[in-house]
Design a protein around this ligand. Structure first.
Ligand code: COA
Length: 386
């Protein structure tokens, strides 16, 4: 192929059997299972094992894996000390990238990645996978306390991944409804084919870099507002709009200025993102369970979605996963700048699955380019330059 396609739109960058999107029908499958069924019946731990191994686990396998996650969710105090030196005003995604990149220094042992073309030590791959997934939530929750001047709350060994995260964040056992919502949010964000951050995993993983640095690079990619960073932008946008009756005017003006409506549009979906539908349903259910008190952000969001759809659906632009997730996180008391870090903590499952898949049949990524610069020329001494 010698055609240049900006953003590699439609260009397969790998073969993968982890997840699949049907963008015309608005469907998403993890290992063949529809996302709606996983959201309804699975847990983050089970979904993670499905993504990693390809099959729904047996009861014993799930218990072992959940135990492994719990046994590895503490981090050395050196990481806490390092985090304390970071500026409290820093963005949680920059903190997360720093902390995850540093894990490799505090937990060395990547011998298997220094030889041959790939790593065949399946124990090493599994252990690193468990450790990274287990530690992500701990680091995100730790930061909430450290940046406010407090010591972090250590994880417990008797809670699920979602419960533990909320426990470490708020210092109390979570309300079961909120813990369930967090679990579903983690499932919905766990994987999404070859997007920008997962592609970063493949590229970095293909060099046999340490998995901590591989995930740190993915966190960097996810932080951008065109990718995971959009969930924070959405809630900031809805807060700025204020009330549903301002939605039409806001959308009209943004589009007239050729600006984005955050949380709308997707390269792959030409319909509403199925995850947005599930998340919206969960916000509505949560409101009902709270006696019908409607979060003002929800009403504004629905008005913005309608106004944007009226003007953008002909381009195949509809609400994506980031449109409703932030409203749920706000209901759990999570500050908006932490939303993308929660996304990263969930996506670590998919990232690790892709890292494993890449290593199982590795070839270093080295694409080519279309050179558009000047012809070869001779160096000109500085005194002869105009
Ligand atoms: N607001 C307004 N217009 C949008 C839009 C949005 N959120 N998303 C796409 N469009 C328009 C583009 O302006 C373009 O219009 P044009 O053909 O008249 O130029 C058309 O829809 C196609 O969009 P394009 O930017 O080419 O799509 P892409 O596949 O390159 O980008 C996104 C996909 C996700 C980066 C893009 O939709 C976007 O920036 N969305 C907002 C950020 C966001 O929510 N990101 C999270 C993704 S999960």
């Amino acid at each position: 192929m010698n055609q240049y396609l900006p953003g590699l739109a439609g260009v397969p960058a790998t073969k993968s059997n982890i997840s699949e999107i049907d963008g015309e029908k608005g469907k998403l499958y993890y290992r063949g299972y529809p996302i709606e069924q996983l959201a309804e019946y699975s847990s983050f731990e089970e979904t993670t094992l499905l993504l990693l191994d390809g099959e729904l686990p047996t009861k014993d396998a799930l218990a072992t894996f959940s135990e492994q996650l719990r046994a590895n969710n503490r981090v050395k105090y050196h990481i806490r000390e390092l985090m304390k030196t970071l500026p409290s005003m820093g963005h949680p995604m920059e903190m997360l990238q720093t902390a995850v990149a540093s894990l490799g220094m505090f937990y060395p042992g990547n011998e298997c990645l220094t030889g041959g073309d790939a790593c065949e030590d399946l124990n090493y791959i599994h252990n690193m996978t468990v450790k990274i997934i287990a530690r992500m939530g701990t680091v995100v929750a730790m930061w909430e306390h450290i940046r406010n001047g407090y010591d972090p709350i250590p994880p417990r060994t008797d809670l699920s991944h979602a419960e533990n995260f909320l426990y470490m964040l708020n210092g109390e056992e979570p309300d079961p409804i909120l813990a369930h919502i967090m679990d579903v949010c983690l499932i919905l964000h766990a994987e999404h084919t070859i997007n920008a951050s997962t592609f970063a995993v493949l590229v970095n993983g293909s060099t046999l870099a340490s998995p901590n640095t591989v995930i740190a690079s993915a966190i960097g990619a996810l932080s951008g507002p065109l990718h995971g960073g959009a969930n924070q932008k959405v809630v900031e946008m809805l807060t700025e709009i204020g009330t549903p009756d301002n939605a039409e005017k806001y959308v009209e003006e943004k589009l007239a200025n050729k600006e984005k409506i955050w949380g709308m549009g997707h390269r792959e979906y030409k319909t509403k993102d199925p995850r947005a539908t599930i998340l919206q349903g969960m916000v509505e259910k949560l409101m009902k369970s709270r006696g019908g008190n409607v979060n003002p952000l929800l009403e504004t969001a629905m008005a913005v979605e309608k106004a944007a759809e009226d003007r953008l659906s002909h381009k195949g632009v509809y609400a994506n996963v980031d449109f409703y997730s932030g409203i749920l996180y706000s209901e759990m008391g999570v500050p908006s700048d932490q939303f993308t870090a929660i996304f990263a903590m969930a996506r670590s499952a998919g990232w690790m699955a892709h890292w494993r898949e890449q290593l199982s049949d590795n070839r270093i990524f080295r694409p080519t380019q279309m050179y558009t610069g000047v012809e070869p020329r001779d160096y000109k001494p500085i005194e002869k330059r105009a």
